[in-house]
Design a protein around this ligand. Structure first.
Ligand code: SF4
Ligand code: F3S
Length: 103
């Protein structure tokens, strides 16, 4: 599962599509965690898609990740500022790749 303390245990190494990238990153096999309030561990995401389908405010967008061992697309929390902390995405992700800091 995603490390809920990622913002202490990892370093922010950049930004993509307006969301933070938390390393380590070694493309294309290792992509790190994307987002801060809504965070997706790209190295765990298997492109299940439940988060995109269930989020009531459309926080997530698909991004292409060719060459990643788990899946060739990922759910990026591009609109994390819209999040209403309903926690649906956290509950439905089959690989526990999402952390929402509702505190
Ligand atoms: Fe969307 Fe709810 Fe997840 Fe926020 S907690 S990203 S509103 S599903
Ligand atoms: Fe990925 Fe989990 Fe969403 S596997 S696409 S973060 S439901």
């Amino acid at each position: 599962a995603i490390d809920p303390q990622f913002n202490e245990n990892r370093e922010k190494v950049g930004e993509e599509n307006g969301v933070a990238v938390w390393g380590p990153v070694d493309e294309p096999e290792e992509l790190g965690i994307r987002g801060t309030h809504v965070a997706v561990d790209f190295d765990l995401c298997i492109a299940d898609g439940a988060c995109l389908e269930d989020c009531p405010v459309d926080v997530f967008e698909w991004v292409e990740t060719p060459g990643h061992p788990e899946s060739e697309e990922k759910a990026e929390p591009t609109n994390e500022a819209q999040c209403i902390d309903c926690m649906l995405c956290v509950d439905v992700c089959p690989v526990d790749a999402i952390d929402v800091d509702a505190g």
